[in-house]
Ligand binder design. Structure first.
Ligand code: NAD
Length: 378
């Protein structure tokens, strides 16, 4: 289990110093004049309001090592429930996070969560192909929903999730944590406000060397694709939120140098995107390489974030010098912002629609590969 003492200490530090970040609106152009320097949290719920209860569904790597520890740092929500198919995990989680027995579910009893007033938000942290089913069941149980990225494995499933949440009158969000990270908020500001002129070129790539060929990530059915859905989605996001436009067409090629290992998915995908204002972007993603960067180029300057998509140690420069921002717990800010959106009845900046837009791009990329790398409309 994670070192929760260190997390508690960090939460105390953030509360005392007010060093946590506020957010930028992603849609629209109303960004603050400067994203530099210390920020304050936006005013959210009244300090007298009770934090919202969050149940994590799927207690794998990300839930265990990132989300649950981050929930010790949140101000507006806390971990009140778990859903797991592995009984041997229950005792450790209950004692580590003080979770009552009645708030522990498995995949068969999941729908009974509807009757639990301690749980307001269901956070789906399962393999990609399971996001749609559990998000929809959570909505039908009357709970607000966060689903991990990629939102689902098809455009149709994303639409079904959005429809289910609208019908149930609950909010839907995708775990796009980097919208709450200051280097990324700064590149959004530089790009969208055209600080160095209109963005001309984006280069964004995310690859890592994966040796875990048994895992669900290598199954087309469970993962929906390969590195593109897993980490390439960050590169799509980076281009979209820096330029502030939606790509109109893409072209892509897929490669596989080890067909014995990558039997169902592409090992590597390269793709380009064109945006309506004239910007172009170029990208790669792979399970057999190591790259992690977001570069923005414009007529009068540039910005580079590298490493870009990490939980910590994100670093960046512009042509004016190093970006100088504090390290934040992205997931804590992400979840607190969702709680604020629920309280204020606002749409999250990382809404279901945001996940749907990325899935449309992903499907267009696969269509282009199938057509031999021709340009296809998104
Ligand atoms: P993981 O394999 O470590 O965890 C998956 C969990 O799902 C496990 O607890 C497993 O027991 C459970 N599960 C339930 N039914 C399953 C089934 N039929 N097959 C396999 N597992 C099953 O994976 P992870 O790395 O925690 O990823 C989970 C989700 O979180 C994925 O959608 C992934 O893309 C996302 N994720 C997001 C980030 C981020 O930075 N936002 C980082 C890592 C993972």
């Amino acid at each position: 289990m994670p070192n929760t003492d260190a997390r508690r200490t960090r939460r105390d530090f953030l509360q005392k110093t007010g060093a946590a970040l506020g957010g930028l609106a992603l849609s629209g152009t109303a960004l603050p004049a400067s994203a530099r320097g210390a920020r304050r949290r936006p005013r959210a719920m009244s300090s007298h309001a009770k934090p919202l209860g969050v149940a994590l569904v799927g207690l794998g790597n990300y839930a265990t090592n990132q989300l649950a520890p981050a929930l010790l740092e949140t101000e507006q929500c806390r971990l009140t429930g778990i859903v797991t198919g592995t009984p041997s995990k229950i005792d450790r989680w209950r004692s580590e996070y003080d979770i009552p027995e009645k708030n522990v579910y498995n995949y068969e009893t999941f729908d009974q969560i509807a009757d639990n007033p301690d749980i307001h938000v269901v956070y789906v942290v399962l393999p990609n192909s399971m996001h749609a089913e559990y998000a929809i069941r959570a909505a039908e149980a009357g709970k607000h929903v966060i689903t991990e990225k990629p939102m689902a494995t098809s455009v149709r499933d994303c639409e079904r999730m959005i429809e289910a949440c609208e019908k149930a009158g609950v909010k839907l969000s995708v775990g796009y944590r980097l919208h709450f990270e200051p280097h990324h908020q700064e590149i959004m500001r530089l790009g969208r406000e055209q600080v160095y002129g209109r963005v001309t070129v984006i280069e964004a790539s995310f690859s890592f060397t994966s040796r875990n060929t048994e895992a669900w990530r290598f199954s087309k059915e469970m993962a929906g694709g390969g590195a593109l859905l897993d980490v390439g989605v960050y590169a799509i996001q980076g281009a979209r939120y820096t330029i502030g436009e939606e790509p109109v067409r893409v072209r892509a090629t897929g490669y596989n140098t080890r067909p014995d290992v990558f039997t169902e998915i592409y090992e590597t995908i390269l793709w380009d995107m064109e945006f309506p204002g004239g910007a172009v972007s170029t990208h790669s993603t792979s399970y057999s390489a190591n790259v992690n960067r977001l570069y923005m180029m414009a007529p009068r300057g540039w910005a580079r974030i590298e490493p870009a998509f990490m939980y910590n140690s994100v670093a960046g420069r512009t042509n004016e010098g190093p970006m100088d921002f504090p390290e934040v717990t992205q997931q804590a800010l992400q979840m607190d912002d969702f709680a604020r959106c629920i309280a204020a009845d606002e749409t999250s900046r990382v809404s279901g629609e945001e996940g749907l837009r990325d899935m449309k791009v992903i499907e267009a990329i696969y269509r282009s590969i199938d057509r031999g790398g021709r340009w296809v409309e998104v």
